[in-house]
Design a protein around this ligand. Structure first.
Ligand SMILES: NC(=O)c1ccc[n+]([C@@H]2O[C@H](COP(=O)([O-])OP(=O)(O)OC[C@H]3O[C@@H](n4cnc5c(N)ncnc54)[C@H](O)[C@@H]3O)[C@@H](O)[C@H]2O)c1
Length: 503
């Protein structure tokens, strides 16, 4: 941990305290004339220093992400090394912002920027200590599923094989929510006839997992197949009591993912949704707040979407008008097979297409009465396996009626991009659960709102009010918070660079 001394920071054995002057710019737009008033609020942050013993229960544990997630932790824990035809490789956490990125802390006496690992600013969960469990509707043990996934190199699979001889718990399966082509895989299904019975079994699984592993904190993470979107029904999905009654009467409006989410809420656990479907309906968000827990989602923001939210910002924030983006993918894993079905593809298309909205909204000069034309194509090509090919074509209007065309071609194992983000969302959620703040509004110390908008970096279609999809802002929000928790104001770091250099 870095040693931080600031007038705004103090600590005792249990907590780090930091006082922060929050200066909010309140803008009023009257007939296109904007006026800004600054409002200052004193906030006291309190961060518990002791990291909780945390477990994650993955829904879809035997899937490509589930086995890669589990194998990645074991490989790092055991410092594994293996040979490939490109030489010897070692376990690492590349691609995880919490484990492998740095934040500028300030400048040295000569004005040179000083960086520190993201994880060295406040105490954070070590991914090697995450306890893993979960469910899958397929009974294939994790070691065989790891081989089937074709994500890891054979040398690593050999090292992990014995250590991954685990079978996932039976899962909730209601045909019709995921593609018909998944039927064959569904051989590990919960007994019990009613949705209420299923939810109670899931609740018991969570309790047992917590007790057996002596855990203080459990996060349930949906990494199962993409489900079709559910039509929001005002008599089912808005109020928690209606939702519970609907589970009781086996309503067809209740999806498997909702059963896991409601069970998590009732057990006071976090539920994170790594797929695009609209599981976290208003009633589930309300249950999160009523049960003093968190929800977050939706859809892991891994490869193509991350690049899209970065490139759109690059163009639009530099005054270049993107006219269209066409995103084409082909992949041959089970996710691709599931997405080859229309209803499940629709869920993915919606979450992928929303990514550019914030960039467009940020520039009314370019997008006053216009928007970017977007098209998303996903094709299943079995022999590609987990290697996803993503090709994007961008057409932009540049200076004096010119046109710029950019084509990106990306290829890599899909799960090797998604899994580091899964670690991040768990590590950040555990951290956020240890932070409370007092904003001088007579409520005392309170938790962050139950919809974790600070996880927006991890998701394609982030939940929460006023969340933003622009990648650099999402990263900045998180890194600024870490500094604020230690009494450092990030704007001081910016000014210290520019004022000093101009003196
Ligand atoms: N890998 C990525 O880069 C990436 C990026 C964004 C989103 N996602 C989403 O993550 C999810 C998982 O991806 P994957 O590649 O691991 O898929 P996968 O098909 O390999 O794994 C999904 C697993 O979920 C299981 N499953 C399905 N329904 C279940 C249920 N109701 N209960 C328990 N288990 C169930 C399946 O048997 C399967 O083993 C997909 O929805 C995908 O769209 C993946």
């Amino acid at each position: 941990m870095v040693n931080i001394t600031s007038d705004n920071r103090s600590e005792d054995n249990e907590y780090i305290y930091s006082s922060y002057k929050y200066k909010e710019n309140i803008c009023v737009d009257e007939n296109e004339k904007i006026s800004v008033t600054q409002k200052q609020t004193d906030i006291l942050f309190k961060t518990q220093k002791k990291v909780k013993r945390t477990g994650v229960m993955i829904v879809g544990l035997g899937g490509n992400n589930g086995v890669t997630f589990t194998g990645g932790i074991i490989a790092n824990r055991c410092c594994m090394e293996w040979d490939t035809r490109r030489g010897s490789k070692k376990a690492n956490y590349h691609g995880s912002i919490t484990q492998s990125s740095c934040i500028q802390l300030g400048n040295d006496k000569k004005g040179k920027n000083v960086y520190t690992p993201f994880k060295s600013i406040v105490p954070m969960l070590d991914p090697n200590n995450i306890v893993v469990g979960g469910w899958d509707i397929s009974n294939m043990p994790l070691n065989k599923a790891m081989k089937r996934s074709m994500v890891f190199e054979p040398g690593l699979i050999d090292l992990l094989y014995e250590k991954m001889d685990l079978t996932p718990l039976p899962g909730v399966y209601y045909p019709g929510f995921i593609a018909k082509n998944q039927d064959e895989r569904a051989n590990n299904i919960l007994s019990g006839k009613s949705k209420m019975e299923h939810m109670n079994i899931i609740r018991k699984n969570i309790r047992d997992f917590k007790k057996d592993n002596e855990l203080e904190y459990v996060i349930v993470l949906w990494s199962a197949n993409t489900e079709k979107m559910v039509d929001i029904n005002p008599f089912v999905h808005i109020n928690p009591s209606d939702l519970l009654s609907s589970i009781h009467v086996n309503s067809p409006y209740i999806s498997p993912s909702m059963i896991y989410a409601v069970a998590s809420m009732l057990e006071g656990c976090v539920f994170l949704n790594g797929s695009p479907q609209n599981t976290i309906v208003p009633a589930i968000a309300r249950m999160a707040s009523d049960n003093n827990t968190f929800v977050g989602g939706s859809d892991f923001k891994s490869g193509q979407t991350k690049i899209k939210s970065m490139l759109s910002d690059y163009y639009i924030s530099t005054g270049v008008k993107v006219e269209y983006v066409v995103s084409y993918n082909h992949l041959g894993n089970n996710d691709g097979l599931n997405l080859s079905s229309d209803k499940q593809f629709k869920s993915k298309e919606i979450s992928k297409s929303g990514v550019l909205t914030d960039s467009m909204n940020s520039n009314p000069i370019l997008y006053k009465d216009d928007c970017i034309d977007q098209c998303v194509v996903i094709k299943y090509v079995e022999k590609t396996k987990d290697t996803k090919i993503a090709i994007d074509e961008w057409l932009s209007s540049i200076f004096m009626g010119g046109e710029q065309r950019l084509v990106t071609y990306t290829t890599c194992e899909d799960s090797l991009l998604a899994v580091p983000i899964m670690y991040d969302m768990i590590i950040l959620t555990e951290l956020l659960s240890r932070i409370t703040y007092d904003d001088s509004k007579d409520n005392g110390f309170v938790n962050f709102p139950s919809i974790l908008s600070l996880l927006s970096y991890c998701f394609k279609a982030p939940l929460g009010e006023n969340v933003c999809n622009i990648l650099h802002k999402q990263i900045k929000d998180m890194s600024d918070l870490l500094l604020i928790l230690n009494g450092i104001d990030k704007s001081d770091i910016m000014l210290s660079t520019h004022i000093k250099s101009s003196l």
